[in-house]
Write a protein that binds this ligand. Structure first.
Ligand code: OGA
Ligand code: MN
Length: 289
């Protein structure tokens, strides 16, 4: 299958034409995978797909995650979606804009921290695919960092220092930093931390990348302060403007990012005034335990 890529940034990210997500096939999957290995973030514009079509397309890449139930989220409306859809929205179940104290809003606010989806799960994640249904008139870009470029640029001494290290990741670490969502005791038990190597290797290309960001609580086997200092140092290093691509959304965009080699974050918009409604699915890296 012939896909064309137009570069969106000097080091990564491309807009892909010739792909129709409503017609999934092994050929389309292979072609997208080749694009993803190269660009890490691919934008498929003008995709007219419903939630079921989005899930069917994503399933050609592997088993999908199911979102946890979050207090205050779109209960009734979510029922209309397949169970693999993560609504990335500021709407309530009644279709109103969430109030400031809405728990789902507070949970979502931590998306403004640099993060990598699902590093807090043992099963990890390869691709996330976010489809834009309603976009506010200003703000709300999603920013991405190429953590392959960041890894490559590290001093050799740092590469040696982090080789073989593991970090512990927890959803409650990022939620504790921003947003004010307090987990119930049941949620704490249901979503325990996970451990992953600090350096990821892409199995297809052999390229290395940093796997860090806001869910990391500590470096396994290191004193907390030292591990924290190392993570902070790596995070500061990775945030160079030349490795950041800011995606300005258009309705119909399907943006795919590789969680193994990127970090991303939401940027602000007037979320008590305008609607922003997107749907995400995420492909698991490893089979569920
Ligand atoms: C996500 C996410 C950022 C945004 O969907 O995983 O982090 O800008 N989204 O909505
Ligand atoms: Mn995310």
């Amino acid at each position: 299958m012939e896909l064309r890529a137009r570069s969106l940034h000097p080091v990564f990210a491309a807009e892909i034409s010739g792909a129709d997500a409503s017609r999934p096939s092994p050929d389309l999957r292979d072609a997208i995978e080749a694009m993803m290995d190269r660009h890490a973030v691919c934008v498929l514009p003008g995709q007219t797909i419903d939630a079921h079509q989005q899930v069917a397309f994503a399933k050609t890449f592997g088993a999908l995650e199911s979102p946890p139930r979050v207090r205050g989220s779109r209960g009734a409306r979510t029922e209309k979606f397949p169970p693999e859809i993560f609504p990335i929205t500021n709407l309530t179940e009644d279709g109103d804009i969430q109030s400031e104290d809405n728990a789902a809003r507070q949970y979502r606010l931590a998306n403004a921290l640099w993060h990598t989806d699902s590093t807090f799960r043992q099963t990890g994640a390869t691709y996330s695919m976010l489809h834009a249904c309603v976009i506010p008139p200003a703000g709300a870009d999603t920013e991405f960092i190429d953590t392959r470029a960041a890894y490559d640029a590290l001093p050799e001494t740092t590469k040696r220092r982090i080789d073989g290290l593991e970090a512990e990741h927890s959803i409650w670490e990022s939620r504790g930093k921003l947003g004010g969502y307090t987990p119930t005791p049941e949620e704490l038990i249901a979503r325990p931390p996970a451990r992953h190597p600090l350096v990821k290797v892409n199995p297809n290309t052999g390229r290395r990348s940093l796997l860090i960001a806001s869910h990391v609580s500590h470096v396994v086997g290191w004193p907390r302060d030292e591990g924290r200092a190392l993570i902070d140092e790596l995070m500061a290093f990775a945030q160079r403007p030349e490795w950041i691509y800011a995606h300005r959304w258009r309705v119909g965009d399907l943006v795919i990012w590789d969680n193994r080699c990127t970090m991303h974050r939401a940027t602000p918009f007037e979320d008590s005034k305008y609607v922003r409604d997107l749907r995400r699915v995420t492909v698991r890296e490893f089979a569920a335990a």
